[in-house]
Design a protein around this ligand. Structure first.
Ligand code: ZN
Length: 417
């Protein structure tokens, strides 16, 4: 009798093993992807359930417990959803927000985007590329308010002062020329080195804000508070709107980093490294609107994350070759990577839920090219080698643009030739 019972138990255990293995392979793929790239905090699982039938999105834990999904996505919709997101992601977004099942309108059925074959002379022929140079300060006062500047006096007594916003904009302008010469069509979100994406300086924006508040009989915030609580969100929104309206094939978000362990950046660091962010790594409280939950579903189902990881990998590789800037390794002491990001498995590339990496559709690379407070970089970045639109730039900016250019070209030709 005992042996019979053991046999039965063994058969049952085997059966369980087989049925786990026989799980819907699509569900298994998306479950793995969700954990690998998108879930940074356990609370994310209050809003999304992936099972054999599909993906269930929930507005809150209460709704999940009551089994009242906000949106039900079945596996039959995968291909259609991917087509819709590659042709008209705004339509997908609208359908989600209206809680209507995804469908491909007739008007979109024939709008497959095709690209002319790359030529040796025009490797990026017909490719649409958006560039977002980070920040907006063009003077010391604004840069201090924004908190994005380097002001260090070197051992030899030289005072070095420059702003990340200006470096990023100069990089974008040099890169624009290179990309256009290769046949690409380029959009830059900021017209000038000292403008926000709202096409005005911070001072112009603040004067307008104060007038508007006063005319409504409301109190207004100090410049720093207004920047943090009002302008920053408006500026990000303007960047996202411009880029998504342009419908780019790929987007670059250009930033320059500092060593987080060197705060408050009174002296140079010996460290130097590059890294890149792509969408993902949702944290606690970061799924509190239908908009954010749609973006989570979009990042899960489309291949925007995978494409972004590949693009970023190529760009970092060229940073090593052209700039001789190493890529950050795991583990490291940059605490924000551990706190907010997920390592993608591609050296130096992390998912991170920034408003730009979440809301811009398609492939993107949010690049952090080098450490501005590095002892060698600080001296190179302080040089005045060439002028664009009355602004001075160091030759190093040319090299950074070249690294981006080669990385983009390698990515594009490896996927489209
Ligand atoms: Zn930055």
């Amino acid at each position: 009798m005992k042996i019979k019972r053991y046999l039965l138990l063994i058969i049952l255990a085997l059966w369980n093993l087989i049925s786990v293995k026989a799980q819907n392979p699509i569900a298994a793929h998306f479950k793995d992807k969700l954990e690998k790239y998108l879930v940074k905090h356990p609370q994310v699982r209050d809003h999304i359930v992936v099972n054999d039938r599909g993906v269930y999105m929930f507005a809150s834990l209460q709704e999940k417990r009551a089994n009242k999904p906000e949106y039900v996505f079945s596996w039959q919709q995968v291909t259609l959803f991917k087509q819709l997101c590659s042709r008209a992601p705004q339509v997908a977004r609208q359908l989600y927000l209206k809680n209507v099942p995804f469908n491909l309108p007739d008007s979109l059925k024939k709008t497959v985007r095709s690209h002319p074959t790359p030529l040796d002379t025009l490797p990026l022929r017909g490719v649409r590329i958006a560039i977002d140079p980070g920040h907006f300060a063009g003077d010391e006062k604004t840069a201090r308010m924004e908190g994005r500047y380097i002001d260090i006096t070197l051992a030899n007594g030289t005072r070095v002062l420059f702003y990340e916003s200006v470096l990023a904009w100069g990089t974008a302008k040099v890169l624009e020329k290179k990309l256009e010469a290769a046949g690409a069509k380029v959009l830059i979100t900021r017209q000038k080195a000292n403008l926000t994406a709202l096409d005005m300086t911070f001072q112009q924006w603040y004067a307008r804000y104060v007038r508007a508040q006063t005319s409504r009989g409301k109190r207004y915030l100090s410049p720093k508070q207004a920047f943090r609580q009002v302008l920053r969100a408006q500026d990000f929104k303007a960047r996202v709107l411009k880029i998504n309206a342009f419908q780019p094939d790929l987007t670059l978000i250009i930033h320059y980093n500092v060593d987080a362990t060197n705060s408050p950046w009174q002296q140079p660091t010996n460290k130097n490294f590059a890294m890149a962010f792509v969408g993902g790594a949702f944290y606690q409280e970061e799924l509190n609107t239908p908009e954010k939950r749609f973006q989570l579903l979009r990042l899960l189902i489309t291949e925007d994350v995978e494409k972004s990881v590949r693009l970023s990998g190529h760009i970092l590789q060229e940073h090593r070759r052209v700039l001789q800037v190493p890529t950050i390794e795991e583990p490291n002491q940059q605490s924000y990577l551990d706190k907010y990001c997920l390592y993608t498995g591609t050296k130096g590339v992390y998912t991170r839920n920034l408003s730009l990496s979440r809301e811009i559709f398609g492939a993107l690379c949010y690049g952090e090219s080098l450490l501005q407070d590095n002892i060698q970089e600080i001296q190179q970045l302080n040089q005045k080698s060439f002028v664009i639109d009355k602004w001075y730039f160091p030759a190093r900016v040319n090299q950074v643009a070249e690294a981006y250019y080669r990385g983009i070209k390698n990515y594009w030709l490896s996927t489209n030739r």
